[in-house]
Every structure is written in C-alpha cells, then in structure tokens.
Design a protein around this ligand. Structure first.
Ligand SMILES: [Zn+2]
Length: 361
C-alpha cells in the first residue's frame, strides 16, 4: 500500500519536477551566459537594434592593458620562490639616506623616448621572462635610448681589502617597476635588463660584485602621494622570493625633497646588509638612473652619503656624494665608501621579516 503510494508520488515528482528543472536550468544558464557576455550583447543591442544602452568600456580597457598584464603575470610565474636562507634575528638599520638630485645644474638633455634601436644584452623570451644577463660587455652597456652607460675604472684597492675585492660575489636582484615607469618606457623590460647589465658591469669593476637580474614585475603601488622614503617602506612589504636584493624603479617625478632614490644604511654593528632600494627614473636621463642605482645599492653595503661640498669625496665626484657630474662620467667611489662596501661585501642580507611568506608582488 505504502509502496505503491510512494511510487505514485515519485512518478508525479518526476513528471512535474523534470520540466521545472529543465526550465530553471535554461533560465539560469541563460542568465549566466548573458552575464558573462553582457558587453557583447549590449554592443549588439546598441549597434544592431539601435537601443540606447550603456556598453561598459571594460572590453576596450582590458584589451589595451592585456599584454602588459599577461607579461607581468608570466614573469611572476617564472620567479620560483625559494626559501630565503641566512641567519635570523636582524636588528633594524639605523638612518635612511637618499641621493639628492642636483637642483641648479642642468644636465644635457638626451632623447626622452627610448628609440628601441639598440638591442640590450640578454635575451627576453616571448613569455616575458627575462633571462639573466650572461657575459658583461666591456662597455657600461647601452640603454635603449641610445646613449652609452658610463663604465667605472678599476679603483685603487687598499692592500687589506684586496682579498675581498678579488673574491667574486654574484647577487640576484629582483626589480619592481611602477606604472609611471611602464607608461614612460614602453620597452621597459629591455630597459631594466640594460640598466642591470650596466650596474653589474660597474659593480664588477668597483667591488668585484656581479648583479644578476632575477626577474622584473609590475610594482603595484599607489601612483601618487608617496615620497622616496614611503616608497621604500612600501617596497619592503614585497617578497624577495629568494633574491638577494630588491630594486624598486619609479617613473614618477622627484619628490618635494628631490631625492632620486632611497635605501637604508646598516649600522656598523649590524651583521647583515640591507636589501631594498628605490630609484627614480628621470625622463631622458638613463645615466642618472644608473648612478642612483649604484648609489642606493651601495647603501645596502654600508656606504654613506657625502653631503659636504668641501669634502674630497664631493670634489672627486664620488657616487656617494651629492655632487653633480657630467652624464658620461665614469662612476667612482671615494676611498672611505669603497672600503665600507668591500668590508661588507660578503655579508648576508637582512631576512624578510615584514613580508608575509609567499606574498605576491
Ligand atoms: Zn644616499
């Protein structure tokens, strides 16, 4: 009795339930499809039926930014996160310093937009992955804008530091570029590659340090309102993903204090070197960007600013001084700062205390 009643109820449920399921499926499926294709549908309504509908600009916007976004994510994926090694328990570095751009002197203007005529060293794969530059050219390298980067001469190394100078050290540098830099440098991957190659060639001559490009990613940082020091603080929140150093390049105008970079100098008591530097790319001045890079990264090794125009370091145009030098001047470090960097050349870099593990840039 109960069995046949259950059978009838089951049949009735199937008879009524199935069509309802089909209709509901068609309705929700249609709604889902329509939602996913609403831009296309709205465009058809507007273009074919002449209806007054608002077509979101999203399709056009994503199309234009698409390649960059894809490129960036491709580069990000090539960065294999490796667990940072090294001793823990670093203390915070004391004092922050930045290079000041000359206010009075006007540098000879170069080409503002990169011509892209000169291919930098290091192949850039179509996936967006930047291959580490291999052999360093005898020149300082050539930025895509055409002017050759200056190359340092071999410095006079004090006897007690000759062993340190002669012992090669290779460091991986992860580079983040902000939207302003990307906007001003359509060929930004090549520019960064050429910049790092030039910095490496100079550091090799100056300190026996090779800099390898670990990877380039878009730096998602607010476009306005941060000065050099705050940009540096923002940069520190990004994971190094196993790289030794992180260089943040911004294309925004110099801040109100006209610093063209920022990094931290470890105190002499600190066992570890610092690992983050911010540099400003000024339009048409690739050599200024190189100099700022050499300056700010040197801070990570304990180099100190020389702000006294009467000092020897200033007069000889040391990279660590605020003295203005001509764009083609070979970079050089005063003897004090050369010794500071060589003394800390082999030190480990600060641990990533502030960046959450596995954080994405
Ligand atoms: Zn400085």
């Amino acid at each position: 009795m109960a069995k046949s009643r259950a059978l009838i109820i089951g049949k009735l449920s199937l008879l009524i339930g199935l069509p309802i399921l089909v209709v509901a499926g068609l309705f929700f499926g249609g709604a889902w499809w329509g939602n996913n294709h609403r831009v296309g549908i709205l465009e058809i309504e507007r273009d074919w039926f002449g209806l007054e509908v608002e077509v979101p600009a999203a399709s056009a916007a994503t199309a234009s930014t698409g390649p960059v976004g894809t490129l960036v994510s491709a580069v990000t994926q090539t960065l294999k996160p490796t667990a940072p090694t090294g001793p823990t328990g670093s203390t915070a570095p004391t004092g922050s310093t930045g290079a000041v751009a000359p206010t009075g002197a006007v540098a000879p203007t170069g080409a503002v937009a990169p011509t892209g005529a000169v291919a930098p060293t290091g192949a850039v794969a179509p996936t967006g992955a930047v291959a580490p530059t291999g052999a360093v050219a005898p020149t300082g390298g050539t930025p895509p804008s055409g002017t050759a980067y200056p190359l340092a001469e071999r410095p006079q190394v004090p006897v007690e530091l000759e062993a340190s100078y002669a012992k090669p050290r290779t460091l991986n540098v992860k580079v983040l570029v902000d939207r302003a830099f990307i906007a001003a440098h359509p060929d930004w991957l090549h520019e960064v590659d050429a910049l790092l190659a030039a910095a490496s060639a100079n550091y090799d001559r100056l300190f026996g340090i090779e800099l390898r490009l670990f990877g380039v990613v878009e730096w998602r940082v607010v476009d306005e309102g941060l000065d050099a020091e705050h940009l540096h603080a923002a940069l520190r929140t990004h994971s190094r993903e196993g790289a030794d150093l992180v260089l943040g390049i911004t294309g925004r105008p110099l801040d109100s204090r006209r610093f063209d970079g920022w990094s931290e100098t470890p105190s002499e008591q600190m066992e570890m070197n610092t690992a983050y530097a911010v540099v400003y790319a000024q339009p048409g001045k690739p050599e200024r960007l190189l100099r700022a890079t050499l300056h700010e990264l040197a801070h990570c090794f304990g180099a100190q600013d020389e702000a006294d125009p009467a000092s020897e370091a200033w007069r000889e145009g040391s990279v660590m001084s605020y003295a203005y030098v001509e764009p083609d001047t070979p970079p050089r470090f005063d003897s004090d700062n050369l010794a500071r960097v060589l003394a800390r050349k082999d030190r480990p870099f600060e641990t990533e205390a502030k960046a959450p593990k596995g954080a994405k840039p």
